[in-house]
Design a protein around this ligand. Structure first.
Ligand code: PLP
Length: 345
């Protein structure tokens, strides 16, 4: 075996060892006294070593690049990301001893830039957020390997199983009262999570329906309704990680049974409600998921249906201490959230 192939072999082995060291993320049960007979569960994806569900994606994108012969020893790695993907990719680049550059809008929260840099990554800041893709391509023309989360998320994950997020959460439900959930709820950023879950439900022949929880007026909701590939958001949002400005290549509308749109104020109230229920802080997209779960649980209760609803806690709340957990910041965005949140969700 030549040296180049040996390096790829060793890099794949390093990723497999990392996966073997990692435990599965917890599936947390939340009892809602207001909804008897309806069990709500959250898979805590914030407990990955790099703090979010993007840990799975980054591992898959590195494997995909290696196994497609696109990533060689000593090559620089680049991706366009303003958040959790950059942090997880920097984490894996360090594991493999590769240089990593995150192309980010200059307005990215300083806290996130610091985390990427602490992991050994470099941040290339561009003034206009719309320019991040062109800048990432320029890096790859220059010899870097473009991990391309938005282009490849939907295909880099093994949707038939291999302990993907759908297989993992369904196996964790096996001994529960309702092991086949009525609904699985997730957000759409790259669209990778919803594509994997939707495909896996069909592959396994399950009756579970998939709901995407989306900030009101954002591109997945509009594209899902029209099945148009050029959907654009019609409203702003403060929720990060989901609620894309335009349709992404990984949006697989046909495996999504429903989209529930959630206003930002409702997402933030639900995010705070989660802290009361679970004793830990999670990010805004976890709140969006929870608000959609409550809406579906309300409908099940009204219809007299029993069953389970499963969703995800996508990242840690500490990343948003200066933003979504800051009343002053929320007020600056016109979001005045009452202190007494639990009963208003
Ligand atoms: C990426 C992301 C999502 C959405 O997941 P995708 O698989 O990319 O659609 C949700 N929440 C957070 C915090 C994210 O970073």
């Amino acid at each position: 075996m030549n040296a180049a192939r040996r390096w790829v072999r060793d890099a794949v082995a390093a990723l497999e060892r990392e996966a073997a060291r990692s435990a599965d993320t917890h599936l947390l049960h939340v009892a809602l006294p207001t909804h008897p007979g309806i069990d709500v569960y959250f898979k805590d994806e914030s407990s990955h070593p790099s703090g979010s569900l993007k840990h799975r994606l980054a591992r898959s994108l590195f494997l995909y690049a290696l196994c497609n012969g696109r990533l060689q020893a000593g090559q620089r790695v680049v991706d366009a990301s303003s958040g959790s993907t950059a942090i997880s990719e920097a984490w894996f680049a360090r594991l493999l001893g590769l240089e990593f550059t995150a192309v980010m809008p200059a307005c990215t929260a300083p806290g996130k830039i610091r985390v990427v840099e602490r992991l050994g990554g470099r941040c290339d800041l561009v003034d206009d957020p719309a320019d991040v893709y062109a800048r990432a391509r320029a890096h790859s023309d220059d010899g870097a390997c473009h991990l391309d989360q938005f282009g490849l998320a939907e295909r880099a994950t093994d949707w038939r199983g291999n302990n993907n997020i759908a297989e993992s959460l369904l196996s964790q439900l096996a001994r529960e009262h309702h092991p086949v959930p009525t609904w699985i709820v997730c957000g759409a950023g790259t669209g990778g999570t919803s594509a994997t879950i939707g495909r896996y439900l069909r592959y396994r022949g399950l009756d579970t329906r998939l709901c995407v929880a989306e900030p009101t007026g954002r591109a997945f909701a509009i594209g899902w309704a029209s099945r148009g590939s050029d959907a654009r958001a019609t409203r702003p949002t403060v929720i990060e990680g989901i609620g894309r400005p335009h349709a992404e290549p990984g949006f697989l509308y046909d495996v999504v049974d429903r989209v529930v749109e959630i206003d930002d104020a409702r997402s933030i109230r639900a995010m705070r409600h989660l802290e009361e229920l679970l004793g830990q802080r999670y990010g805004g997209s976890s709140g969006t998921n929870f608000a959609a779960c409550l809406q579906l649980a309300d409908e099940m209760r009204a219809a007299g249906t029993r069953g389970s609803v499963v969703s995800l806690l996508c990242d840690r709340g500490e990343r948003y201490a200066q933003t979504l957990y800051s009343p002053a910041c929320l007020r600056a965005h016109g979001l005045d959230i009452a202190d007494d949140v639990a009963e208003t969700v």
